[in-house]
Design a protein around this ligand. Structure first.
Ligand code: ADP
Length: 489
């Protein structure tokens, strides 16, 4: 067996990647866009059937290329999104409720304090509409077909991975993995079991939920267009990226610099609860060992660069930001805070607004561009400061990916401001790679311990101007205080 397949069921597209199992090298890929619908303000839905058919389509494409030499399929997926379906027919009873959907936000905001406390302590999450539980509750309460199936004991509810596994195995496997379960708000991440109190609170019977398996478990045999192939290895997208990046020991972390910035910090076998409102989550369960991570995000990262390009129109392209930032020796005292839609951890202030400070008559677009890039790295530093304080674990190294990680200026400044190495891999599709590794490990084609050796580094950014960077960070924190002042209220 030469290949493994990673199925990446993302929010905007479904992709299948064929990897050479021995060398972990990408060989072939197929992609299908997925449509999101916005029927009401704040609602986001997708068609679960479309997701399944497109998954089968891209898998077929890779299987045809593999010519019978694929050992298995690993799955990674958009997290939290829920599907409710008929156990007998596999037909969804309503559109999938996507993680971004805010229809249950009032309910979540008004949850009783004692339940909020249980959510925090047992699931590592916060009472937010983002997670699956309130979405499942909503569907049971509002979709008559869901209620009928529930009475007839034929209802299934789960995240995208569990739906795909169910469909691909012809209903034989109804299971999810621990990383996906840890995003439902129903799963006790310490006891590794659904929590009875939360199941009761949300009115969700345990029987309708998938069995929870390890990330490197066997998930049955898929039938894809007549080809039978094992399903092995499953993880939610952020966790899969952590594995793909080989950030597998305590103190390592990965940052994805996309539209927003997503940070996962490995805390080893300890589950740390955050005092800064960050999430605790299961990083993976592999070879019987459960590892945890702290998770945080900055809402706007690459999107601030887009704002320079499309809003202010002072950048021809996102990539040009590097050259323009480097055309000046510093940001000339300008600081920027990308609080376009408020600030997340550790401030959690949705009323905060963006800030551009320190402008003089001598300020040029290069200073502003540079300050914007610096602000992305400063946001990451602030999150990591919370994480190292919460956990007492020192940061060893950051592995980076996502569109803006191509920016050498940004990566160098990130290293400077963190005082830690920033390591950029050759293979940037970390999420899919993680699922491929999980599958290869589960099928015995490689050992989990070999992942680090497999990862090819393209460049390491070593901290240089730490003193200068500290000054810039301090100025950023001052500007951030101003962003929190709500001048308009
Ligand atoms: P997403 O998956 O969230 O759509 P991507 O990982 O594709 O995001 O990254 C796209 C984002 O990265 C955009 O917001 C873009 O402005 C930013 N970006 C891309 N290339 C660069 C670059 N060289 N320098 C700075 N920002 C960049």
């Amino acid at each position: 067996m030469k290949y493994v397949i990673a199925l990446d069921a993302g929010t905007t597209s479904i992709r299948a990647f064929l990897y050479d199992a021995e060398r972990g090298v990408f060989v072939h890929g197929a992609q299908q866009e997925v449509e999101s619908k916005y029927p009401f303000s704040g609602w986001v839905e997708q068609d679960a059937n479309e997701i399944y058919f497109k998954a089968a389509y891209v898998l077929n494409d890779c299987l045809a290329f593999a010519k019978g030499k694929a050992a298995g399929i690993g799955i990674t997926n958009q997290r939290e999104t829920v599907v409710l379906w008929d156990r007998e027919t596999g037909e969804p009873v309503c559109p999938a409720i996507v993680w971004q959907c805010r229809r249950t936000s009032e309910f979540c905001k008004n949850m009783p304090q004692d339940v909020v406390q249980i959510v925090r302590e047992r699931t590592g999450l916060t009472n937010d509409a983002y997670f699956s539980a309130s979405k499942i509750r909503w569907a049971i309460g509002h979709v008559p077909a869901a209620r009928t199936l529930l009475k007839e004991k034929k209802l299934c509810a789960g995240t995208i991975d569990s739906y795909l596994i169910f469909k691909l195995t012809g209903g034989k496997t109804f299971a999810t993995d621990v990383t996906n379960a840890s995003r439902t708000m129903l799963y006790d991440i310490h006891k590794l079991d659904y929590d009875e109190d939360l199941l009761k609170f949300f009115g969700i019977p345990r029987e309708i939920l998938p069995e929870v398996r390890a990330s490197d478990a066997d998930f049955g045999t898929a039938n894809v267009g007549g080809s039978r192939i094992p399903l092995a290895g499953v993880a939610g997208d952020q966790q899969s990226a952590l594995i793909g990046q080989a950030a597998l020991t305590e103190g390592e972390g990965k940052i994805t610099y996309g539209t927003g910035l997503f940070l996962l910090f490995h805390t080893g076998e300890r589950c740390i609860s955050s005092k800064s409102g960050l999430l605790s989550t299961i990083a993976y369960q592999i070879k019987g060992k459960t590892c945890y991570a702290l998770e945080g995000s900055v809402f706007h990262a690459g999107s601030s660069v887009q704002w320079l390009r499309d809003g202010l129109e002072i950048l021809p392209s996102s990539a040009e930001s590097e050259r323009i930032a480097l055309s000046v020796p510093d940001a000339g005292g300008v600081s920027f805070v990308p609080a376009f839609t408020g600030l997340g951890a550790p401030h959690w202030d949705s009323e905060a607004r963006g800030m551009l400070t320190g402008i003089t008559r001598g300020t040029t677009r290069a200073h502003i561009v540079r300050a914007v890039l610096e602000s992305i790295a400063c946001g990451a530093r602030e999150l990591l400061d919370c994480m190292t304080k919460d956990s007492g674990i020192l940061l060893k190294e950051i592995k980076c990916d996502g569109g803006a990680s191509q920016n050498n200026f940004l990566m160098q400044f990130q290293a400077d401001v963190l005082g830690a190495n920033v390591n950029r891999p050759r293979e940037r599709e970390s999420t899919a790679l993680g699922a491929a590794y999980l599958c290869a490990c589960a099928k015995g084609l490689m050992d989990f311990g070999d992942i680090s050796a497999r990862r090819e580094c393209e460049r390491v950014f070593v901290p240089k101007g730490k003193r200068e960077a500290k000054k810039i960070y301090d100025a950023y924190l001052i500007a951030e205080k101003r962003a929190l002042m709500h001048f308009d209220s």
